[in-house]
Design a protein around this ligand. Structure first.
Ligand SMILES: Nc1nc(=O)c2c([nH]1)NC[C@@H]1CN(c3ccc(C(=O)N[C@@H](CCC(=O)O)C(=O)O)cc3)CN21
Ligand SMILES: CC(C)C(=O)C(=O)O
Ligand SMILES: [Mg+2]
Length: 281
């Protein structure tokens, strides 16, 4: 993939229509992010998402997103119980979910896992800096690598993950200088989210880009679309039109030959049903 060329565009998708939109509108990498826990399923943390739930959404996205490279987050708890178990879970995501690569959060502790998945043909995207699956032990969603030792540790993790075979790496919520430095040091492409403008690509969450997410807006989010505004005005007009009976119009309903209607009324009356039709208002 690209290094120093045109930046890589990556966007999350969670279902068939959003996957389809990534394909049609020229996204390079579609990510079935575990952020789906929060933005689609209403959980308070990505740690609540199960492997089965993730696979269900991967299946929908993969039917819509054919040409972008398709990556999915391995859910919290699906890659800790030894390499064999992790491989089994990743293989399910590929075979049942139809995805092409997996993303895992963390550093040195996953080198063996990255080597194994890569060796059996499942490309691994690494993810360092702010790792949301660990928000509890990180004491919340905080910028990472702001001190010299912390920055060094992130760089060392990134280098080790590359050496273990990761094909790309997400850098989340780190100072922009560190994002630039790590990008220069690595041969594999870096994809930033809150890592400044010098990474090889950028990723954001669909609902942040489209302004449909009602929760906290991180500093790194830019809202490019106003789907929330469209939903508001669309629903206001929908309910108003129903309540004032301007919907449906005649053209939005079905007719019947006049003669059939007359015969119907006569038939109904003969059967002793309903009486005259003037009751309807
Ligand atoms: N809608 C949404 N967007 C995301 O980017 C996202 C999710 N959900 N859910 C899963 C994780 C959680 N992520 C988050 C969540 C919060 C912050 C956040 O509030 N960051 C603070 C940093 C404050 C500081 O340390 O100074 C910020 O205000 O940017 C960052 C990433 C990224 N992912
Ligand atoms: C924000 C991206 C990188 C992610 O991991 C997610 O959407 O879950
Ligand atoms: Mg994620």
């Amino acid at each position: 993939m690209r290094k120093n060329g045109m930046p890589i565009t990556m966007l999350t998708a969670y279902d068939f229509p959003t996957g389809r939109a990534c394909e049609i509108h020229d996204i390079d990498i579609t990510l079935v992010g575990d952020s789906l826990a929060q933005v689609c399923l209403g959980y308070d943390s990505t740690t609540r998402l199960t492997l089965d739930e993730m696979i269900h959404h991967c299946r929908a996205v993969s039917r819509g997103s054919k040409s972008p490279f398709l990556v999915a987050d391995m859910p919290f708890g699906s890659y800790y119980a030894g390499t064999d178990d992790t491989v089994r879970n990743a293989v399910r995501m590929v075979r049942e979910g139809g995805i092409e690569g997996v993303k895992i959060e963390g550093g040195q502790e996953w080198l063996e896992t990255v080597r194994k998945l890569t060796s059996i043909g499942i490309p691994v995207m690494a993810h360092v800096g702010l790792t949301p699956q660990r928000h509890t032990s990180l004491s919340g969603y905080r910028v990472q690598g702001k001190t010299a030792p912390a920055a060094l540790e992130i760089l060392q993790n990134a280098l080790a993950l590359q050496k273990a075979g990761a094909f790309s790496i997400v850098l989340e919520a780190i100072p922009r200088l560190l994002g630039m430095y790590i990008t220069q040091q690595l041969d594999i492409p870096t994809i930033g989210i809150g890592a400044g403008a010098q990474t090889d690509g950028q990723v954001l969450v669909w609902d942040d880009v489209m302004s449909t997410w009602n929760g906290h807006k991180a500093k790194f989010v830019r809202q490019f679309g106003d789907v929330k505004g469209e939903v508001e005005s669309g629903l206001r007009e929908f309910t108003t039109a129903i309540r004032e009976r301007s919907f449906p119009a005649e053209l939005e309903s079905y007719g019947m030959p006049e003669e059939e209607w007359t015969n119907f009324l006569a038939l109904a009356e003969r059967e002793g049903l309903g009486g005259a039709a003037e009751h309807h208002s």
